[in-house]
Write a protein that binds this ligand. Structure first.
Ligand code: CP3
Length: 350
C-alpha cells in the first residue's frame, strides 16, 4: 500500500526519485533562479508586469515565467516563481523592489516592532501564489517535478531586521546578541509562517520544496544551531505533520562542515551545497547518508569554455556515483549567456 502511494506520488519524475534516495543514471538538473533576467522572454514578461511584486502576485504571468526555462531547456524541475520576501509581506511588513536594486523593507529594529507583526500569514494575500503553483502543475509533463520554496527564518529575518541586503547581516546578528528573547520571537513567528506557507504550496500541487538559507554562513556554530538548525527542524516537523513524507531540500549556503549537523538534525531529505564545498567530502561523508544537490560555481557557468567543462565533469565524476540533483552552487547570474546553459545540459545529459 505504502509502496503504491509512494509510486503514484513520485511516478517517474527523476528528481523525486533522487529525493527517495535512488540514484539516476543521468542526474536530474535544474538551476536556482532559473526563471530570471538572463532570459529575454523573462525580461519581456517582467516589463509587462510592471514591478517585480506585481509579477509574483499575478498567477498567470508568474506561471508563465516559471514554465519558460522548462520549455526552453527541458529542465527536470520547475521552481515556483515568487520570492522569499512575500512572507514578511504576508506578515504585514512593507516590502518593495526598486528597479535595478535589491529589496527594501521597513526595518524591524527592536522588540517593539514585533507587536506590529501578524501572528500568522495572510493566506488571502498569498492565494495568487498558490494559484501559480496549481497553474504550473497543470502545465508540466509527467517527467518534470514542481518545486515550491521559502526562505529559512534566519535568512528572511536578516532582511526584515536590516530592511535591505547587507554584506554581513550585521543588523540581524546585533539584534540577536542584544535581545535574544525578542529575536527568538521573530524566528518563531517565521517558523509558523513558513510552515503554513509550505503547506499551502503542497496543497496547491508542489511536489517537494527547497528552504533557502542564503545567509546561514555568517553565523558561529552556536548561533547556527539556534537560528538555523532548530527553526528549520521545527518547520520540517510541522510540515510533515500536515503533509506526511514531505520532501525538503535544505540549502544552507556557506556553512562549510556545519552542513553536517544541519544534515543530521533538521530532517531535510537532501542538502544543497554551494561551490566552495569539497566534492570528495560531500561524496564520502554526506552522499552515503542522503541525496545531495549542487554545486557548479555560477561564475564558471558565466565563464563557459574549459572552466565550465572542468567544473561540470568534476561534479559528475565525484558526485555522479550516488543520488545527485545537478544544480549550481547558488543562483544563475543575470549576465550568463544562454549558450552556456545549453552547453551544461548537453554535457550532463550526453
Ligand atoms: O529560482 C527561481 O527561479 C525562482 C524564483 C526566486 C526568486 N527569488 C526570484 C527573484 C527564488 C527561489 C528567489 C529566492 C530568494 N529571494 C532568495 C534566496 C536565494 C538566493 O538567491 O540567495 C533571496 C535572498 C531573495 C531576496 C531577493 N529577491 C533579493 C536579495 C533580490 C535582489 C537581488 C537580485 O537578484 O535582483 C530579489 C529579486 C528577485 N527575486 C529577482 C528574481 C528573478 C530579480 C528581480 C527582477 O526580476 O527584477
Amino acid at each position: 500500500m505504502e509502496e503504491a502511494v509512494r509510486n503514484s506520488a513520485t511516478g517517474t519524475k527523476p528528481l523525486l526519485r533522487v529525493l527517495e534516495r535512488e540514484r539516476q543514471k543521468i542526474p536530474p538538473l535544474w538551476m536556482m533562479r532559473q526563471a530570471g533576467r538572463y532570459l529575454p522572454e523573462y525580461r519581456a514578461v517582467r516589463e509587462k508586469a510592471g514591478s517585480f511584486l506585481n509579477l509574483c502576485f499575478n498567477s498567470k504571468l508568474a506561471a508563465e515565467v516559471t514554465l519558460q526555462p522548462v520549455r526552453r531547456f527541458g529542465f527536470d524541475a520547475a521552481i515556483l516563481f515568487s520570492d522569499i520576501l512575500v512572507v514578511p509581506l504576508a506578515l504585514g511588513r512593507k516590502v518593495e523592489f526598486g528597479a535595478g536594486e535589491g529589496p527594501r523593507l521597513e526595518p524591524l529594529a527592536d522588540g517593539e516592532a514585533l507587536a506590529a507583526l501578524r501572528e500568522s500569514i495572510d493566506q488571502e494575500m498569498l492565494m495568487p501564489v498558490y494559484e501559480t503553483v496549481a497553474k504550473v502543475k497543470a502545465g508540466l509533463d509527467s517527467k518534470t517535478a514542481l518545486i515550491g520554496f521559502c526562505g529559512a527564518p534566519w535568512t528572511v529575518a536578516t532582511y526584515m531586521v536590516a530592511g535591505e541586503a547587507t554584506p554581513d547581516q550585521g543588523p540581524a546578528r546585533l539584534f540577536a546578541y542584544r535581545d535574544p528573547d525578542n529575536f527568538q520571537k521573530l524566528i518563531d513567528r517565521l517558523v509558523r509562517a513558513s510552515t503554513d506557507y509550505l503547506v499551502g504550496q503542497f496543497n496547491a500541487g508542489a511536489e517537494c520544496v527547497q528552504i533557502f538559507d542564503t545567509w546561514a554562513g555568517v553565523l558561529g556554530p552556536k548561533e547556527f544551531m539556534q537560528w538555523c538548525i532548530e527553526p528549520t527542524a521545527k518547520i520540517i516537523k510541522g510540515l510533515r505533520e500536515q503533509v506526511p513524507g514531505a520532501k525538503v531540500i535544505g540549502f544552507p549556503r556557506g556553512v562549510g562542515f556545519q552542513a553536517w549537523s544541519y544534515a543530521k538534525l533538521t530532517g531535510v531529505s537532501a542538502v544543497g551545497f554551494d561551490w566552495t564545498f569539497d566534492r570528495e567530502v560531500i561524496a564520502e561523508k554526506f552522499q552515503s547518508e542522503l541525496p545531495v544537490q549542487g554545486n557548479v560555481d555560477p561564475v564558471a557557468l558565466l565563464a563557459g569554455g574549459a572552466a565550465l567543462t572542468r567544473e561540470i565533469d568534476d561534479v559528475l565524476k565525484t558526485l555522479g556515483k550516488g543520488p545527485l540533483i545537478f544544480n549550481l552552487g547558488h543562483g544563475i547570474l543575470p549576465e550568463t549567456p544562454i549558450a552556456h546553459v545549453e552547453e551544461m545540459l548537453k554535457r550532463v545529459r550526453g
